[in-house]
Ligand binder design. Structure first.
Ligand code: B12
Length: 103
């Protein structure tokens, strides 16, 4: 993804190429995450995470989610383009210990 980002900034890559680079990146991360979580209980706390309203960049958020889950947190993922009130409502309803805003 770093390489794709460099090429995007040099205008050698365009939006479809960046989107294509995302798929293998997320598949590899999900595979590593499943392996690391095998047999582990989630009990360190609850995290509500999402990408703030107006933004759709979710690769970083997805990586952070994987790291948190691997570290033993339960993660409630609100997705992207999330209004502020939704973060508050979901955090209250699930009893979140941490709210993570990605932008
Ligand atoms: C891939 C990409 C896209 C993809 C997004 C695919 C997706 N589903 O995410 C596509 C092609 C769709 C896209 C679209 C756009 N993009 Co874009 N995109 C990028 C690119 C190339 C890489 C971003 C990325 O994924 N980086 C990799 C991840 C892993 O890094 P990260 O997001 O920083 O996340 C890390 C940390 O920030 C942190 N983190 C992130 N979230 C959280 C949350 C918590 C709780 C914590 C603790 C930590 C954390 O941990 C992560 C792991 O280390 C960057 C350029 C660049 N070099 O960064 C531009 C870039 C982000 N895009 C940009 C722009 C302008 C756009 C568009 C507006 C373009 C357009 N005119 O349509 C649209 C956005 C539309 C919208 N409303 O959101 C600009 C943003 C400028 C700005 N700051 O305002 C950038 C910087 C390019 C540029 N130089 O102009 N983009």
């Amino acid at each position: 993804m770093r390489r794709a980002g460099d090429l995007f900034e040099r205008e050698e890559y365009f939006i479809p190429s960046c989107s294509s680079a995302r798929t293998p990146c997320m598949r590899a991360c999900a595979c590593c995450s499943r392996t690391c979580q095998a047999g582990r209980e989630r009990k360190k706390g609850i995290v509500v995470i999402g990408v703030v309203e107006g933004d759709t960049h979710d690769i970083g958020k997805n990586l952070v989610k994987i790291m948190l889950e691997t570290a033993g947190f339960e993660v409630v993922d609100l997705g992207r383009d999330v209004p502020p009130a939704t973060f508050v409502e979901r955090a209250e309803s699930v009893g979140a210990h941490i709210i993570g805003l990605s932008l």
